[in-house]
Design a protein around this ligand. Structure first.
Ligand code: KIV
Length: 261
């Protein structure tokens, strides 16, 4: 059955919400059997497109992949990331998000930012576009901040995160993603707002967890952030399988009788 935002809201304080990223129909269809929500993250610009950060992702790219995910996943609540540079003003955000909503079946869009994006979140919500806010470590800021920095390590950062969380909730955000934040601060955020908080690298006490699929299934194996748990050695399995195929072809073992017309 299709997961709705009211269903996700009813999980707050009752049941942990599971979210995973997906970028295509094939994997989305498999993930859809288990998870509550699928995020078409702009992380696809790195793991699928091979760029070093998310900054160069385009709206067209996000729409293409969101369409594919929507074709594969029929039940999960689907969230499409707003790419860097397409929501710099509230009006630009409304135009970009409207295009995503018109051209895909996404249930919500996600954007990075707290207080400074409150006006944008309100404008989108007032125009029937559900918004997921993303605070803490915001990958789109990695160039300007000179890397990926864990947040909530001092009192100023803690206060700012709490203010951000409250501001985005007040502006109408339906969910909040909190990334790369000290566990005690993520817990405080989760307890101080009514919308579900989904953590990534934010410890145990958020209302749910999200992981990037290629990290958790080990297809990306160049490095493993501390917060990632690998449930599969995907890259190793693929490499071995492809080597087996190459060996079979070269040894005349493939194709066999049963594989010939
Ligand atoms: O783009 C993405 O995959 C994300 C997750 C890291 C939350 O925003």
């Amino acid at each position: 059955m299709k997961v709705t935002i009211s269903k996700l809201h009813s999980y707050k304080n009752n049941k942990k919400i599971t979210m995973i990223t997906a970028y295509d129909a094939l994997f989305a269809k498999m993930f859809d059997e288990n998870v509550d929500t699928i995020l078409v993250g702009d992380s696809l610009n790195m793991s699928f497109y091979g760029e070093s950060d998310t900054v160069s992702a385009t709206l067209e790219q996000m729409i293409y992949h969101t369409k594919a995910v929507c074709n594969g996943a029929k039940n999960a609540y689907i969230i499409a990331d707003m790419p860097f540079g397409y929501y710099q003003t509230p009006q630009q955000a409304l135009e970009s998000a409207t295009k995503i909503f018109k051209e895909t079946k996404a249930d919500a869009v996600k954007l990075e930012g707290g207080i400074e994006k409150a006006e944008t979140i309100k404008l989108l919500s007032d125009n029937a576009i559900a918004v997921v806010a993303h605070i803490g470590l915001m990958p789109q800021f990695s160039r300007s901040e000179g890397g990926y920095k864990v947040k909530g390590k001092d009192e100023n950062s803690r206060k700012k995160l709490l203010e951000d969380a409250k501001a985005v909730e007040k502006a109408g955000a339906v969910l909040l993603v909190v990334e790369g934040v000290k566990e005690d601060v993520a817990k405080e955020i989760t307890e101080s707002i009514n919308i579900p908080v989904i953590g990534i690298g934010a410890g145990r006490y958020t209302d749910g967890q999200v992981l990037v699929w290629s990290d958790m299934l080990g297809f990306f194996d160049e490095f493993k952030p501390k917060f990632v748990r690998r449930y599969l050695n995907g890259a190793e399995i693929v490499r071995k399988s492809v080597q087996n195929y190459v060996d079979d072809v070269q040894n005349g073992e493939f194709p066999k009788e049963a594989e010939i017309y």
